[in-house]
Write a protein that binds this ligand. Structure first.
Ligand code: FES
Length: 135
C-alpha cells in the first residue's frame, strides 16, 4: 500500500521575487472559486503573502481611494476607504472596526526567484499584472 500522493495546486507564476520588494504590492486579476477577483501580493518581513483585494468591512478594494496598500509605517495593510488596518502576515483586522476579521488569503509559492500563486481555488490568472512583468 503506497502513500497517497497529495496533488499540488496548479502554479501560476506572477513575477520575479525582486519585483515584489519589501513593503510593495502588486495586483493580478484571477478566477477564484469561479469568480473574478483581484489579488494583492505583498511582501512583509521577507515573506510573500496573497489576499483577495476586498475589505472585510465593505466590498471595496483596499486601494479604492488611494493607490496604496501598506500604511505609512509599513507595518500594516490599510483600507483607504475607512482606514481598517490589517496585519500583513495574517490578513486579520487589528482595528476596532471588524477586529479579527480576515482578508481571504490566497496561497502563494516562492521558488527559484519567482513568486506565484498555487491555490486550489484559483483556476486562472486572467489579468495584467500591475507593477510587474510576467515571470
Ligand atoms: S470599506 Fe474598508 S474600511 Fe470600510
Amino acid at each position: 500500500m503506497g502513500m497517497e500522493s497529495v496533488p499540488a495546486a496548479p502554479r501560476f507564476p506572477i513575477c520575479a521575487s525582486a519585483v515584489l520588494a519589501e513593503g510593495r504590492h502588486i495586483k493580478v486579476k484571477l478566477r477564484f472559486e469561479g469568480r473574478r477577483e483581484e489579488c494583492l501580493l505583498v511582501r512583509y518581513r521577507g515573506q510573500a503573502y496573497g489576499y483577495v483585494n476586498r475589505c472585510v468591512h465593505m466590498p471595496r478594494p483596499l486601494d479604492c481611494e488611494k493607490d496604496l496598500v501598506f500604511d505609512a509605517t509599513g507595518r500594516y495593510l490599510r483600507c483607504s476607504m475607512h482606514g481598517i488596518v490589517y496585519a500583513p502576515d495574517t490578513g486579520a483586522s487589528v482595528s476596532a472596526l471588524c477586529e479579527g476579521e480576515r482578508l481571504r488569503a490566497v496561497a502563494l509559492y516562492e521558488e527559484d526567484g519567482v513568486v506565484g500563486i498555487a491555490d486550489f481555488r484559483v483556476s486562472a490568472v486572467t489579468g495584467a499584472v500591475r507593477g510587474a512583468p510576467p515571470a
